[in-house]
Design a protein around this ligand. Structure first.
Ligand code: ADP
Ligand code: TYD
Length: 218
């Protein structure tokens, strides 16, 4: 009898879904859609992103906006620290949410580090530096929203200031290639789905849903 009660009281763990893609690939748009769909299924969800809003995340933002300068290795290491804090912090850490049965959806996780930082440094170093996060929590599934670089930039351009477009285009092309290199490298350890994100918002979402529902208990 006691055994039965303990089973009834046990909370099943939440899932952990990571969205990845180059800037402007549609991650935040589709995360919103996924949250709504999961809520329709009565699944409790929490949305989060990296870099975080923590003190470490705000240091990263200051470096990315050029207010502070730092070596590439320092930047990559700050992302490592931000990620571990994202997982473990006592206020709203991901691990705690998942243990409480909440499904967590994050806009970027360690594949962002593998892709963005390995443009300037060895990918294996970046993977090794992030192994602490991989050991703590691997995503149930990583969803990569794939869109041609030009299209992603057109989408961003519509709402942001004109950036040095050529430089950005070159860099994002390399980042996209690095994502694929990382997926190939880690395909035996990770659940990765690649979704074409160049269609309409509704089409892309239905493709995401069809690809990930196999990983979820609905
Ligand atoms: P990310 O979070 O990956 O940077 P966003 O979701 O913010 O991308 O999308 C970037 C811009 O593109 C936003 O203005 C958004 O409304 C628009 N957008 C997103 N998905 C699509 C789509 N499938 N078709 C057209 N525009 C889109
Ligand atoms: P941000 O403006 O917060 O989000 P987004 O552009 O996705 O809307 O910028 C995040 C930037 O940080 C993005 O260009 C990718 C980069 N980044 C890294 O370089 N390494 C990482 O580990 C992560 C998580 C992000």
């Amino acid at each position: 009898m006691w055994g039965d009660l303990s089973i009834m009281n046990e909370i099943s763990r939440g899932e952990f879904i990571a969205f990845e893609g180059i800037d402007g690939s549609g991650k935040s748009t589709q995360i919103r859609n996924l949250l709504n769909r999961l809520n329709d299924y009565g699944i409790r969800c929490y949305e989060t992103k990296e870099p975080t809003d923590s003190p470490i995340g705000s240091l990263i933002h200051q470096i990315m906006t050029g207010r502070i300068s730092a070596d590439n290795r320092v930047i990559a290491s700050l992302f490592v620290a931000d990620r571990v804090d994202h997982l473990l912090n006592k206020t709203d850490g991901i691990c705690q949410k998942i243990d409480n049965g909440i499904t967590v959806i994050t806009d970027r996780y360690y594949f962002s580090s593998y892709a963005y930082h390995s443009v300037d440094m060895e990918m294996d170093w970046v993977i090794q530096a992030n192994s602490i996060s991989a050991d703590i929590l691997r995503p149930t599934v990583t969803v990569f929203l794939d869109v041609p670089v030009k299209k992603a930039l057109e989408r961003i351009e519509r709402e942001r200031f004109h950036v040095e477009l050529f430089e950005k285009e070159e860099r994002l092309r390399k980042v996209r290639d690095k994502y694929f290199e990382a997926f190939e490298k880690l395909k035996s350890e990770e659940n990765i789905v690649i979704v074409d994100s160049s269609g309409s918002i509704e089409e892309v979402f239905e493709n995401i849903w069809n690809s990930i529902s196999q990983f979820l208990i609905l």
